[in-house]
Design a protein around this ligand. Sequence first.
Ligand code: 3HC
Ligand code: NAI
Length: 704
Amino acid sequence: MSQVVSYELQANIGIITVNNPPVNALAQVVREGILNAVNTAQKDASEAIILCCDGRTFIAGADITEFGKPPKEPGLPDVLTAIENSTKPIVAAIHGTALGGGFEVTLACHYRCAVASAKVGLPEVKLGLLPGAGGTQRVPRIAGVQAALDMITSGNPVPAQKAKDMGLVDEVVEGEELLAGAISYTKHLIESGAPLKRIRDITIDSSTIEAGFFESARERLAKRARGQIAQDRIVSCLQAAVELPIDEGLIRERELFKELVNSPESAAMRHIFFAERQAAKIKDLAKDTALRPIKSVAILGGGTMGGGIAMCFANVGIPVILVEINDEALERGLSIVRKNYAITVQKGKLPADKMEQRIGLISGTTDYGDISDVDLVIEAVFENLDLKKEIFAKLDAACKPGAILATNTSYQDVDAIAEATARPEDVVGMHFFSPANVMKLLEVVRGEKTADDVLATVMQIGKKIGKVCALSRVCYGFIGNRMLGGYGREAQMLLLDGCTPAQVDGALEGFGMAMGPLAMSDLAGLDVGYKARQGRTDLPDDPKLYRMGTMLVEMGRYGQKTGSGFYQYDPETRRRMSDPEVEALIKEEADKLNVEQAHISDDEILARCFYPLINEGAKILEEGIAQRASDIDVVYIYGYAFPVAKGGPMHYADSVGLKNVHEKICEFRDKYGEQYWNPSPLLKQLAEEGKTFAQWDKERSAPQ
Ligand code: 3HC
Ligand code: NAI
């Protein structure tokens, strides 16, 4: 029939099987194959048809690589029409995940059965899209408008049994033998003369929808997903499902889907979908690199980071030993872990017995002798190179051969730490982000001598604990923190140049950052940056540099923890409020330093804060610290809450145009000095060639 879709008649049942690895995405050949098979089945001796898939999953959706390219016939809606109009019942047989267009295919079928481990969902919103093949019209007809709204705007998949309870699936077949279960279910349908059930024939009783339902949904969602238009369009589609006949609703859905496919938000989110999967791949590592088994882990230091990292492993059933300097510190660390779990239970996100199980996997010690047998050690003690070297020498003596020795350092030289051991090939950086049990990013730092199997194992274990991994070579601050320097610096410089803190943060929050850089510094504590600067000899000797941050610390204003910093904080609610005293102080300092204050537009604020970040990103690429520009985007989306709808700093730069970014950096260099604005040669080259970072990545991923 076709390479990817086969059809065979088994007794009186026609079986259509899709086989398009890895996830059976609905590429043009699959659409065509299904359409042909449905047409063939109309004319043969079959009394009913099963649509199922080979491989690890049911159809996982439209082929995302086809978006943005000229459409190819047949379109998905044509395939669904053929399925729905079949004169013989079509039963979808689901295993793995039926997602997006894949789930929409099943909704055009007359019946749906699934194995218990299967999930169904409409995750389009995570790509800045909406279900464009009837999902917004059919789901509310069988599950109700509220359930459809929750499902489609969250994008979260629903397990088979719950899907059955919601009416999305008709039958959960017993055991994992899907085809046998589906055949017996289909036979039963044939024997009982089951009708051709078409979801399109159901009408929604609009009187059940409360007045103002859609308006309030729009408002709520606009707050939750700032800068993303998909949620709003999903509400419009659901409203159409209630108010219009289905064919008009489907037309409306198609129009809005097309609008979203062509939006910059969706392009950015699709970029991140693929970037995340690319980042997990290390270019010069053989795919079949043998992995070291990780069955137990030790964490050194049970402070802010250590406790959270311990939770990551306990959450996936791996036992953890927490090592501290004394009993008191150990108890403090363990009690914070217990408290964090208790909060999760209180929020209803974890059953109490699971909490006990997980806590039971975390033990504590003050004796290195107790970790002689673990497979992986992650050091998370104070950020001090000498201390870390001392600890790695001790680990070298205490741990078994083959154990992976990782450091969570934010800035220190992983190679220097590795040299403190006689086995630098076993040493690697595992840089988590705070709070470690929540933040999705894991920067994996490859030392000069880190062994291939250590890297492969760490990337794999990172995925297992739910992290998105990105590889960095060794440099000060690795990818993320190194790039951040200029961002924080310019946020403070802008104050002297005429902005208020609220203006700077407002511009960046308007862009989509969860929190502006000055509010973020107040949250982290201004004293942290202050102390870090004390030890640095590489900073330019410029009284303007970090002037306001330094002054505030010297006034005892450390940020939220002292009730004031760049802002004042309400002691009860912690709400941030502008502080006239700070605004007056900024003016006074600008006068003293002879800085002429002027009005600065939001666009200029964005350029001042983001372009140093992008410029440093380009240098990181030049130096081979990051493998790809898209890896840098992954670091910023998952580690620094850069808005996903902007696709990360490098994608954002591409969308602004590298020529524009480069020109502006040169303008800033001429105005503010070369010590801060020194354009990267790579950025200059790409700007001159009219290329993007994405093209640069592509040229380097092509076989040489
Ligand atoms: N289109 C094209 N490629 C896809 C794809 C898709 N829909 N889904 C996954 N892939 C690719 C991945 O890029 C990856 O490629 P690589 O090996 O070259 O890196 C490969 O398939 C395997 O994917 P994962 O690494 O993600 O595999 P997992 O087993 O971890 O996860 C999955 C499987 C849960 C299906 C996950 O891939 C997934 O969530 N896919 C996307 C699902 C989705 O968003 N569907 C909706 C698409 S939009 C749509 O359908 C519009 C419609 O309404 C009209
Ligand atoms: P912290 O000060 O909260 O905790 C450090 C812990 O290490 C303390 O509990 C201390 O008692 C313990 N410790 C000190 N010496 C020890 C030893 N010899 N053996 C065992 N335990 C020892 O520090 P935090 O914030 O958890 O940072 C730890 C590391 O993680 C640092 O290298 C830091 O740069 C890095 N990091 C911190 C992030 C953050 O946001 N706090 C983010 C990412 C990395």
